[in-house]
Design a protein around this ligand. Sequence first.
Ligand SMILES: [Zn+2]
Length: 162
Amino acid sequence: MLTPIVLQPDFRVTSLYQAYPQPSLSRQAIAEELQAHGLKPTGQRLRVAEILMRAPTHMTADQILAVVRQSGDRVSKATVYNTLKVLAETGLVRQIHLDPERSVYDSTRAPHHHFHDLDTGELLDIPPQDIAFSRFPELPEGMEAESVEVVIRLRKKPLKAR
Ligand SMILES: [Zn+2]
């Protein structure tokens, strides 16, 4: 079988389907969530958290940075990246590794899987109950599975096969 050449277009990530509808969160609710996870809701932290956590979404760090800059806020790139790191570490958002250079941050915290459309860059949620394993490897001695996340990469079928 020939390996298809998949051109990576502009990396866009949007969410068209949500596995879990989450209520949209107010600024106050987000500040409380940060505090509940041991994070001081500083202005800059809150700004980054708000963009990502207000509603379920998938965004790269650069996309979040762009939104911050568009709104005229003076938040450094380092602050945005550090805040995202902290949010992911505390479990407030999920970090999805799609390629070695780019992570996507997912504000839907409940476990779920993803379709990744390689043509458009879109990331679509798959509810966890839609994927089941009939075989699972034995885990290394003394280890337990913390989570399993599946990314199904999609591309258009070649014309004649459609
Ligand atoms: Zn997702």
